[in-house]
Design a protein around this ligand. Structure first.
Ligand code: SER
Length: 320
């Protein structure tokens, strides 16, 4: 039986991944690691919660020992836009946090470590359409630099120490449970909230900006499927491209308008435009499909219907 520690359990992916893993492995076997002292009721009522900061090795080790952890998922990171405002913080959290996790995992003979990566590993010289699995990795953001180094470190620990490290290059993740913070792809979440609340949205990238995106149910499926994949079938470890859908900001707005015809969007690109422009339009995820059977379920309109329904309900209840 796995005993999993999710670091970054209060974040956009961590909050839902922790609950999904608790459904599979049992609440007591999935420990929510949070930096906030007050985690959500959903996290505290479904299993153990601990204050864990990957930069604090002693606290990390004591949590690992307390629960006999044999799998760590490190979802704590500073995303691209915040990383450009504070590159040293991004380096510290994303690199020092990661090496601490890998070292603790090695020293305590973990069965598995999950280290998320991102489309941010790519840069302006990478082929933009159907970006290959093996390609140019020359990012121009600090976030991207830490993600490339994270992939290399994951593969290094796998090869040198036999530590089972796995990771995905997440596209922009869209969800309605916990809002993202500090990312370049955040507009693809904010548009739904603003469409429900105000029927209008000012988008910080231009209409033609096209990026790979994924709805949270597919994100959870990809993450859990990779964790459960047969190790002997994996040729890659820390750097799987995973695709689901690819759309421009204009196409996203058109999808929202199908359900809220009076919705209005304007475009005021800011410094995040350059980051978005340095990332691919779409990715080739044939390695993930071949090695562990990856296949997404949601397309843009299916996601839009779901997002508007759930956020609409939250709005009616006065929760947003
Ligand atoms: N969603 C992330 C960001 O925009 C990309 O991994 O920074």
């Amino acid at each position: 039986m796995k005993k999993i520690l999710v670091i970054g359990s209060a974040g956009q992916i961590g909050s839902e991944l922790t609950l999904a893993l608790r459904d599979i492995y049992g609440g007591d076997n999935v420990i929510a690691g949070v930096r906030k002292t007050k985690p959500s009721e959903k996290l505290t009522s479904t299993g153990p919660c601990e204050v864990v900061d990957a930069l604090d090795v002693d606290a990390l080790v004591s949590t690992v020992k307390k629960y006999n952890i044999d799998c760590i998922i490190n979802m704590a990171a500073i995303l691209s836009a915040t990383g450009e405002k504070n590159p040293m913080l991004a380096w510290d959290v994303n690199m020092n946090g990661l090496i601490n996790v890998l070292e603790v995992a090695r020293e305590h003979n973990m069965k598995q470590v999950l280290v998320p990566s991102s489309i941010a590993v790519f840069g302006p010289t990478t082929p933009v359409d159907n970006t290959p699995q093996e390609t140019i990795l020359k990012p121009t953001t600090m976030y991207g630099i830490t993600k490339v180094a994270g992939e290399l470190l994951g593969d290094y620990y796998e090869k040198k120490y036999g530590l089972d490290v796995r990771g995905l290059r997440y596209p922009g993740i869209i969800s309605h449970e916990t809002e993202p913070g500090g990312g370049t792809t955040d507009y693809a979440v904010a548009i739904y909230y603003e469409a429900i609340k105000n029927k209008k949205y000012t988008c910080f990238v231009n209409e033609n900006t096209r990026l790979p995106m994924m709805y949270m149910p597919d994100c959870l499926k990809a993450t859990i499927d990779l964790m459960q994949a047969d190790y002997s079938k994996l040729k890659h470890h820390s750097d799987f491209n995973v695709g689901a859908m690819s759309f421009s900001a204009g196409e996203l707005a058109a999808s929202v308008k199908k359900y809220i015809p009076e919705f209005e969007i304007t475009y005021q690109p800011d410094e995040r435009q350059a980051i978005a422009d340095s990332w691919p339009n779409s990715v080739d995820d044939s390695a993930a499909r071949k090695e562990w059977g990856w296949k997404p379920d949601y397309d843009l309109d299916a996601m839009t219907r779901d997002m508007l329904e759930v956020i609409g309900e939250k709005h009616k209840k006065g929760l947003i």
